[in-house]
Design a protein around this ligand. Structure first.
Ligand SMILES: C[S@@+](CC[C@H](N)C(=O)[O-])C[C@H]1O[C@@H](n2cnc3c(N)ncnc32)[C@H](O)[C@@H]1O
Length: 201
């Protein structure tokens, strides 16, 4: 069976890891919370998020990166996910920070985050870009919500190898980011390939 063609405008389909729904979706969320913790932690260590940063996470899944971010002093997080199950799971995982108003988690997706223009210092999306129906819709949304000088970061699994994107798919992500931001860098970490860009002007 061939791989699904990406960024055709179609939603990700019935894979519970791509768009978690119902009981299978909640189970997938619990698995992702464990399996993706290390690559999220590695990405965060590489990012060096400073105090005072307002982070938007697009496609937060079970909320592990949100949890790791709230361990940094004075970091505020807005997180969105199109799955109601993942929004609920991420809210439960981060209940105290949500109550304190440091974290806001609500339904949304890469093309429509519900965040006002220019509000965010850092917009991150981890292991979601292959689920976006259209690449440029997501890039345009990240660009819109970032302040001038803010940074967009898109990471995708390198391992296990069956999750890795093909070379031309990685190039398509990089090109779409560069097309929208006017710049893009690719960094290879142990667990992820990371694309980043700065909003100029
Ligand atoms: C493989 S999980 C990754 C979750 C989390 N970021 C992690 O690293 O564990 C993919 C997530 O992307 C979300 N998703 C699906 N379509 C999306 C879209 N168009 N925009 C943003 N997120 C999407 C899913 O609901 C799911 O929570």
């Amino acid at each position: 069976m061939g791989r699904r063609r990406l960024w055709t405008g179609a939603p990700p389909g019935r894979n519970p890891f791509a768009l978690p729904r119902g009981l299978r979706g909640r189970l997938a969320g619990r698995i992702m919370a464990r399996a993706n913790r290390a690559c999220n932690a590695e990405l965060l260590a590489w990012l060096d998020v400073r105090a005072g940063t307002h982070v938007l996470e697009v496609g937060c899944g079970p909320g592990v990166l949100v949890e790791l971010l709230t361990r940094r002093p004075d970091v505020r997080v807005t997180a969105v996910d199109p799955s109601a199950e993942m929004v609920a799971m991420a809210q439960r995982r981060n209940a105290r920070a949500v109550r304190r108003g440091r974290v806001h988690i609500h339904p949304g997706d890469a093309a429509a985050t519900g965040v006002d223009d220019g509000r965010v210092d850092l917009a991150i999306s981890v292991n979601t870009v292959a689920m976006w129906p259209r690449l440029d819709d997501g890039m345009a949304e990240l660009h819109r919500v970032l302040r001038s000088g803010g940074r967009a970061v898109i990471a995708w699994h390198r391992r296990p190898a069956r999750f890795a994107l093909a070379g031309e798919e990685l190039s398509a992500v990089e090109a779409a980011l560069a097309n929208r931001f006017g710049n893009a860098e690719r960094t290879i970490l142990r667990g992820s390939v990371v694309f980043s860009a700065v909003k100029c002007g």
